[in-house]
Design a binder for this molecule. Structure first.
Ligand SMILES: *[C@@H]1O[C@H](CO)[C@@H](O)[C@H](O)[C@H]1NC(C)=O
Ligand SMILES: *[C@@H]1O[C@H](CO)[C@@H](O)[C@H](O)[C@H]1NC(C)=O
Ligand SMILES: *[C@@H]1O[C@H](CO)[C@@H](O)[C@H](O)[C@H]1NC(C)=O
Ligand SMILES: *[C@@H]1O[C@H](CO)[C@@H](O)[C@H](O)[C@H]1NC(C)=O
Ligand SMILES: *[C@@H]1O[C@H](CO)[C@@H](O)[C@H](O)[C@H]1NC(C)=O
Ligand SMILES: *[C@@H]1O[C@H](CO)[C@@H](O)[C@H](O)[C@H]1NC(C)=O
Length: 403
């Protein structure tokens, strides 16, 4: 993350004037006392044996709980680490830093057995989030080091050199090698483990995967396919299609958001210009296809009638992806590009928070779409809340939001 001084300098260069930062105020809900209250309440009701919240019911907004071996179980522990980070940025208004850290650790511990047995496939990357968080707090925690390295090895073991990608989903026919755009998010654990071990093969795998994804998942207009099926014995593309989107040719918004974040992150790690260009292209598609009310639909091409459900989680993921992209623009001395994306983030957070904020729900946000083809829409979602909190932290640490 860049220092505040650099951001201020960049803004001065870009000629943005008005008020202190030149940006509109982000939505006040980002730092509502309800954030601390609700997260703490969920954290203190950890079931025994352990279960993890993934999404809520549609009417009351109560969390629905799932067993540990699931792709989303890292998000609530990581939310607790994000609150620990927030308490350091914002002080005691964000709760007690030591308590958040203790809760984050307690909630991560039952994930440790997933190192040796899990069915989450490529999502070992998401599952490793709280362990990567722990290493930011205590780089010497041996349990967390072991977890990051184990999850990275598992992802690396899913790499097929003929295809050039890590396998996302397992399939009945093993020659049907399925890669989803979401997989871009899981590459981070490979870089984290490379940092710990010096093993550059992990970096090479991430680069190969991103290069293939750039060619076969991203369309000329910057939209994206959800799934690409490769033939594992020939490396050929069999199909480009959707699973959770509206149609094979459409752009599922959460997938697009994972892509913006994923390619900005690849640029951060490699400084390979194609990744910056790809993140920009996907961001351009995102911004150009955002409807005039600013509400992010679950799929950018889903019909308007009957009204299409929003996906607040896609909006929150994209907000973080665009802020990461804004950092990369600053790194290439493109202050106006950086300010442009930051401004888009604030607009997007405002519109989608206004729609989805639900004081009476257990989740912070409603209007998330877990999986519309499976009729699971209009719920709270654990990763929507996680990325909502992270967006607040990012803006506060840049001096663009008041805690
Ligand atoms: C180290 O991290 C693990 C997993 O994140 C956690 O369970 C444990 O409490 C941490 N240990 C210490 C001493 O902080
Ligand atoms: C580096 O990582 C790859 C992928 O997990 C593994 O196959 C290889 O053995 C590792 N190399 C060393 C020197 O540990
Ligand atoms: C992959 O290619 C091989 C060899 O041509 C073929 O036998 C196999 O059926 C193909 N798999 C799929 C899923 O198309
Ligand atoms: C947002 O969610 C509410 C129910 O909580 C629903 O009535 C409304 O239609 C949703 N709006 C969108 C755009 O999804
Ligand atoms: C700055 O960023 C914007 C938005 O990504 C981009 O369109 C523009 O080409 C960039 N300018 C330079 C000089 O790189
Ligand atoms: C949202 O989910 C409900 C069922 O839970 C389903 O009936 C409806 O068709 C979905 N909405 C849209 C617009 O697809």
């Amino acid at each position: 993350m860049l220092s505040l001084g650099l951001v201020a300098l960049a803004l001065a260069i870009s000629g943005v004037s008005s008020a202190a930062t030149g940006f509109a105020s982000p939505p006040a809900e980002l730092f509502s006392p309800l954030v601390v209250q609700k997260v703490l309440k969920t954290a203190q009701s950890f079931p025994d044996p352990p279960q993890y919240p993934q999404y809520t019911d549609r009417d009351e907004g109560n969390w629905i709980w799932f067993n540990t071996d699931l792709w989303t179980t890292g998000f609530f522990p990581s939310t607790l680490y994000a609150m620990h980070e927030r308490a350091q940025i914002c002080g005691s208004k964000a709760g007690n830093a030591d308590q958040w850290l203790e809760l984050g650790r307690a909630w991560s511990t039952p994930e440790i057995p997933l190192e040796t047995h899990t069915t989450v496939g490529h999502d070992v990357g998401f599952v490793s989030y709280p362990f990567m968080d722990e290493l930011k707090v205590n780089p010497r925690n041996a349990t967390a080091i072991q977890a990051v390295n184990a999850f990275a090895s598992e992802l690396a073991a899913r790499f097929n050199p003929i295809v050039g990608c890590t396998r996302s989903w397992d399939s009945a026919d093993p020659t049907d090698f399925q890669v989803i755009i979401d997989n871009m998010m899981n590459l981070e654990v490979l870089f984290a483990s490379e940092t710990l071990t010096g093993n550059q093969t992990l970096r090479d795998i991430a680069i190969s995967h991103a290069d293939k994804t750039m060619v076969n998942h991203i369309r000329a207009d910057g939209g994206s396919y959800h799934v690409v099926d490769y033939n594992s014995t020939t490396g050929a593309v069999i199909r480009q299609r959707t699973s959770q989107g509206y149609a094979d040719w459409s752009t599922w918004s959460r997938g697009e958001a994972w892509g913006i974040y994923g390619f900005a992150n690849m640029y951060k790690h490699t400084h390979k210009f194609d990744y910056l260009q790809t993140a920009r292209k996907m961001a351009k598609y995102w911004i150009a296809n955002t409807p005039s009310d600013g509400i992010i639909p679950w799929d950018f091409n889903a019909p308007l009638d009957p009204p299409r459900p929003a996906d607040s989680s896609a909006a929150m993921i994209a907000a973080n992806g665009l802020l990461l992209l804004a950092d990369q623009e600053l790194a290439v001395h493109n202050a106006s590009g950086s300010a442009y994306y930051t401004n888009e983030v604030i607009k997007m957070l405002s519109a989608n928070t206004k729609l989805a904020w639900r004081p009476s729900w257990q989740s912070l946000l409603a209007n998330g779409t877990v999986n519309n083809p499976e009729h699971n829409n209009l719920t709270g979602i654990v990763y929507g809340d996680y990325f909502f909190i992270k967006a607040g932290n990012e803006l506060a640490s840049r001096g663009l939001a008041d805690c």
